[in-house]
Write a protein of this length. Sequence first.
Length: 374
Amino acid sequence: MEANLPDPTARLRGEVVYFFAYDIAYELSRELPTSLMGHRISEYRLDASKRNPKHLVFYRPRMIRLPPEDRVGPHGSIQIRIETKILPIGAISIRVRVPFEVAELADLVAYHDLRFHQTTLDQEVRDLAEKLRSELAPWVLRSNECLSEEEAYTVFCLQPPTDNGAPFRSESWMAKHREAIAGLLNQENDPACLSGQEIHESTSRHISYYQHDLAVIDWDAALLVDTPSEWEECLYAIEVANLQLAELEAYDRHLDLVLERSYRDLAGAPMRTRKALITGLRELRIDMARFSDELSNINKFLGDWHLARIYETTARRFHLADWKKGVEEKLKTVGELHELLKSDHANRWMMALEITIVLLFILDVVLLILGGKK
């Protein structure tokens, strides 16, 4: 294809990587089929980092890779690659990779909301998520009534640019192109309209390990500058944070519904309904505690401190700590409600026993009186 030929005018080359995280069920079975949509399910593996120490230990989800597909993108024909990760916490993460060759950073703004000839990337990915959800149905425990809204994130992976043969230095390059980077991350075609405060805010969270690599993390998008062989590690760290955000949002919505239903049921609920409510709240506390542990397990990057920094920076940008705190506060409310209902249930039984004892005492007295008269 003509699009695969190098563009002599392009100074910037790389890939745009799109993440789409969906919560599809309350839980997935640990035993999955050997294939999905006609493609073999494998275990996701990540090579050991070049950065010491080299023994990288991390959670390995199941995944499938789809064959490349040709599309027409913002600057001509492109070939997209799609892979999907499946996690037992009831979530899937779809990753789409789109190569690019452009003259400057502003040309990448068009890749934020990628549109094809007759459809959009968002719609194609959602259709794919629906197909995966349908095929995974036999292995799903308590599936959602409908597919949740995706949590999307875009990462622009850039090979270190060359400037008249001079070696690339990330700090000096960022200082020179800070305005353009902020425009790209904020989806602004004219970055000159951004204030100095916004430019600083969008690019303030940046990390580099060597002089030739750079990671700039913002709320809606990120920029990675490194050799292609090193992209995968940072991409996975960002993908994990995006998955956790999607799951925390799902937990938060679920707890809102549970609390709303509990408050409604408590108003004049009969004894039998209150007992079922107590059982439901107890099971919810156990399930949420277990899923919270599983959600935390997927972000353990043991053996690579640079990846941990990438993850922590992304987590702060996504306000994962605030989301987790909000979920924990609602779980605390669920726990207090559960204890209150248990106490109320016990008090009702104690009152019933006391009334029974009093009635038995009265009956005994009546029988004694009637026996004395006879």
